[in-house]
Design a protein around this ligand. Structure first.
Ligand SMILES: [Zn+2]
Length: 319
């Protein structure tokens, strides 16, 4: 993993590189920005740069230190990634204990706290001291897509680096050139992932392209109510289904408002979408999009999903 692998993040990376090269290097950082745009990758690249034993370009991506960091198996790289679960004081105590030791085999210990907005208050407070005065041979990197949920005392002790998504057309080109995707797939992934390279890459190996067309054919073209199959799906699958439905209706809205063909997500079904334009008024499309977004929120809060989908179906197909 090298700096050049973190495509489209030249600006935050150039700030980080300047810090790494100069005396301004700070021991505590917070990387913020939407999910799936390379924040964690950038943090690992920093760990690589600080510990690489290569002679020329660092991180070289090839020395034993770089290889271990890529695989997250380096003894001086500590990553807290609890997913959607809370980060508790025990997790932070582990960081504090590890930070008090010298690096085992590298030069700098790197601590990455992924989803740092999941730090509970007790854990966040216990982190303050090490953020205030990190040991000279340690770097702490907090990663978050919800910095507003992190207490101010933590934020104020970290150097903030903002990451932003790529321009969608730029991501489409990267997916074609660097990942050999065909234009239809690249366009869909770039626009559906809203310019987030990491997310697009995660989605590329899923059957999302077929699934989104199946959802379109079943529930929009044939106007079938959400069927039992959908009802029986997991919360995550339902969330994907709601996102896909929203993306279709957003496209219909955009085309109706006169957006250029290339600006829509589902350009592979452009002619089908055009046929649907007269079927919906702007008001109806607005209502549908609001219902879809409310449904997503309810689903996140574990509101009875069957009832939710029943209500959603009733609204979508009354038109
Ligand atoms: Zn290396």
């Amino acid at each position: 993993m090298r700096f050049s692998d973190c495509l489209g993040q030249e600006r935050p990376l150039s700030i980080i590189r300047a810090h790494l090269a100069g005396s301004r290097f700070s021991g505590a950082y917070i990387f913020s920005g939407p999910e799936g745009i390379g924040k964690k990758m950038a943090a690992k690249i920093i760990a690589g740069q600080l510990n690489c034993t290569g002679q020329a370009q660092r991180p070289c991506g090839e020395c034993s230190s770089c290889l271990k960091i890529n695989k997250e198996e380096h003894p001086d790289l500590h990553i807290i990634q609890n997913g959607e679960s809370q980060i508790k004081i025990e997790d932070v105590r582990d960081i504090l204990r590890q930070a008090s030791f010298r690096p085992y085999e590298g030069m700098v210990k790197v601590f990455i706290i992924d989803n740092a907005h999941k730090l509970n208050t007790e854990a966040a407070n216990s982190l303050l001291k090490v953020l205030e005065e990190p040991p000279k041979d340690a770097v702490i990197i907090l990663i978050t897509h919800k910095p507003q949920n992190i207490i101010k005392t933590v934020l104020s002790r970290c150097k903030a680096i903002k990451f932003t998504p790529l321009i969608r057309a730029q991501l489409e080109n990267i997916l074609i050139k660097n990942y050999a995707l065909d234009k239809t797939t690249a366009h869909f992934l770039a626009y559906y992932a809203e310019g987030r390279l990491g997310l697009a890459l995660r989605l590329k190996d899923t059957p999302l392209l077929q699934e989104k067309n199946r959802i379109f054919d079943s529930f929009i073209i044939s106007a079938k109510p959400l069927d039992r199959n959908i009802m029986g799906q997991s919360k995550e699958q339902l969330q994907v289904c709601l996102n896909i439905l929203a993306s279709w209706f957003r496209d219909i809205y955009l085309l109706k408002a006169g957006a250029a063909d290339k600006e829509i997500i589902h350009s592979d079904r452009h002619s089908d979408l055009l046929k649907l334009i007269p079927k919906f008024s702007f008001k109806q499309l607005d209502d549908i999009l609001s219902t879809l977004s409310e449904s997503s929120l309810y689903l996140e809060k574990n509101v009875n999903s069957k009832l939710l989908l029943h209500n959603l179906g009733a609204q979508l197909w009354k038109v």
